[in-house]
Each structure stands twice: as C-alpha cells, then as structure tokens.
Design a protein around this ligand. Sequence first.
Ligand code: CTP
Length: 131
Amino acid sequence: MSKRIITFGTFDVFHIGHVNILERCASLGDTLIVGVSSDQLNFSKKNRNPIYDQESRVKIIQSLKFVDEVFVEHSLEKKREYIEFFKADVLAMGDDWKGKFDEFNDICEVVYFPRTPSISTTEIIEITKQI
Ligand code: CTP
C-alpha cells in the first residue's frame, strides 16, 4: 500500500532549510502532502505578515518535484482533521516542533527531523533589513 506523508509550515521566503525538510519528508513514503499556513494563521503565529502571500507560497511549494499535494492550512486546531482528511500515514515536522504533535500518535506515525542549521525565514528578513 502506498504511504502518505503530511507536513505543515509557512514556507515564507523559501530557503534551503525548507527544501531539505520537504525532501526528507518525501523520502519517508510515496506521496507528500504539504499544508501551507494561510496569511492569517501566519500572522497569529508570528505576529507579522509573511513577505510572500499564501497564493505565492502555495505556488512555490506546488512547483517542487517531491511535493504531490498542497493545501492552505487555516487553523492550528484542525491538524487532526487535516491528517484524517488526507489519510496521512505519517506526520513529519522539523524538530523545533519536537513533542508538540505526539498527541496524533493514535492516528499516524509522528516523525521529527533535525532542522537545517543556521538558516530561517526570520533570520533572512532580519539580515535583509540591515543591508
Ligand atoms: N525548517 C527546517 N530547517 C530550517 C528552517 C525550517 O527544517 N532551518 C522546517 C521547520 O522545522 C518546519 C518547516 O521547515 O518543519 C517550515 O518552517 P517555517 O516556520 O516555515 O520556516 P522557518 O525558516 O523556521 O521560519 P521562521 O523563521 O519564520 O520561524
């Protein structure tokens, strides 16, 4: 049976850490489904608007060869619904989320990958502001 992987993120100002996590997620199975945070959800999580709007971020993620399905994640509270709706066998996230999604162990396998060191969207924005 084919194995379905789901992951979530904002993926704003797309960078190598994003490529690495998506590639690692894809390597766990056959189909990779990515939930991209809506602009509103990103604002509520990070207290700032993303640089790229949700439509652009979805388009960037859809263009990757190891991504199969993309949807907009509107609410953090709906994780369980999304996992069930997309029939995911595995939920995979970067280890900045370690432990945070263990509650979903009853419906899927939960995997955390180490983050790519020394790069994040927030850091890129901060550095760019200083130039
Ligand atoms: N990620 C990663 N390595 C990095 C940056 C992000 O593995 N260096 C992973 C995160 O763990 C998450 C996914 O990429 O699973 C999307 O993270 P996101 O929050 O969109 O990216 P960040 O660069 O962490 O953004 P920010 O700095 O705004 O928190």
